[in-house]
Design a protein around this ligand. Structure first.
Ligand code: GLV
Length: 396
């Protein structure tokens, strides 16, 4: 009876009221080092916190006494119809959060009618991920393994039907993720028994995660980084990022092998936005890598107006970072984002309860967006504009 009750509790995702609830559940299920990989940022985590906090600086200007019987959340990004104005951001190592994590998340993205973006640093083969979603998918390219390895992956992504390539341009080196030194991630990945021992308890104390981890084949590899002797072994992500830098000069050869749209992610300032457009980007993502790279840059919602102005309608502008509520999504759209990318919001759900957790995360955001739009007096995504928000005067 007890057992049945507990199972029922796990299966009933409606007890998660907001994304913070999913975060807490993820923290309870994951070993510290895995949770910190999702949750943490660089250095003092100032930008990480600011990404979410800065949404509070944007306030709404609703039109009241307006009846909005239905709310249409549909939009398009790069011509692709979306049922909701958010896309799944690339999130590395999702397979460490839940068995076959990338496939599970992609399945939910497709089911709700949006795009799943697969990170190079993922644990499932890009072909399997594409097969698992009935919807469109984008591939996020890092150059780890070198140009030939990346070119082979791009070829695979093209043949498999990925419809856009995301190039992340903010990884000249990896940000310093201080939590990794404290939580044992560095020691564990050294694969030496003695440094690992003091950190073993975090795994032993998470038997549900441990059982899933072993059932899923143990430590993942990076099967989309095919080195001459096989898939790149799982490594400290910081080490992988070190070899991943994409520069403007790489765009030329990448464009030669990838004929489809390229999305440049990691744009902070108007000058880089203009450069990305001049270099042929089909869309850009205002992103500070979720506060995981250069700490001290402003929140993305703060950078958005400058970039929208610089781009001047020439390409679509997307935004990621800090989104934990549907109201955040609506604020970004009012300030000119075509759509947003959600990362941690769905990753917490995945880590908390797999498919049901990801589904719950998107249900929460979808319901929030609908309610916020109704309270604003707007019935469709294209109806949202700058007149529905105020920003501090120094933002302009
Ligand atoms: C990978 O891109 C990461 O930020 O960990």
């Amino acid at each position: 009876m007890m057992c049945r009750g507990r199972w029922h509790k796990v299966a009933d995702a409606s007890r998660f009221i907001n994304i913070a609830d999913l975060r807490r559940a993820a923290e309870r299920r994951l070993p510290r080092s895995v949770f910190d990989y999702i949750d943490g940022g660089a250095d003092g985590e100032v930008t990480l916190r600011e990404n979410t906090r800065a949404f509070d600086d944007v306030t709404f200007r609703p039109r009241c006494a307006v009846e909005v019987p239905a709310c249409d959340l549909r939009t398009t990004v790069l011509g692709t119809p979306l049922a909701v104005p958010f896309i799944f951001a690339p999130v590395g190592s999702s397979r460490m959060f839940w068995p076959r994590g990338e496939e599970v998340a992609a399945r939910v993205a497709g089911r709700i009618g949006t795009i799943y973006s697969l990170s190079t640093l993922s644990g499932c083969r890009l072909e399997d991920v594409k097969k698992s979603t009935p919807g469109p998918a984008w591939y996020q390219l890092y150059l780890c393994g070198g140009r030939d390895v990346a070119a082979a992956t791009v070829q695979r992504a093209r043949e498999t039907g990925y419809s856009a390539l995301i190039l992340t341009i903010d990884t000249a080196v990896s940000g310093l993720r201080e939590r990794d030194f404290r939580n044992g991630a560095k020691a564990i990945l050294s694969r030496k028994l003695v440094p690992l021992l003091p950190h073993a308890w975090q795994f032993v104390s998470r038997p549900r995660w441990l059982a899933d981890f072993y059932r899923d084949g143990g430590l993942m590899k990076f099967p989309n980084v095919m080195l001459p002797d096989g898939p790149m072994p799982y490594a400290d992500v910081a080490a992988a990022l070190e070899q991943s830098t994409v520069t403007w000069s790489d765009l030329k050869w990448i464009r030669e092998i990838w004929k489809g749209p390229i999305v440049i992610k990691g744009v902070h300032i108007g000058d880089d936005a203009r450069r990305a457009v001049d270099e042929g980007a089909a869309a850009i993502v205002v992103s500070n890598h979720g506060g995981r790279q250069l700490d001290g840059v402003p929140a993305t919602i703060r950078s958005l107006p400058e970039i929208v102005q610089a781009v001047d309608g020439r390409v679509e502008v997307l935004l990621d970072g800090g989104i934990r509520r549907g109201g955040h999504v609506v604020k970004a759209l009012c300030l000119g984002a075509r759509a947003v990318l959600i990362g941690r919001a769905y990753a917490y759900g995945l880590a908390a309860a797999g498919d049901a957790g990801v589904q719950r995360a998107v249900d929460i955001l979808r319901a929030d967006i609908t309610r916020t739009m109704k309270l604003l007096g707007v019935g469709s995504i294209e109806g949202l504009d700058r007149s529905y928000v105020d920003v501090p005067s120094h933002w302009e």
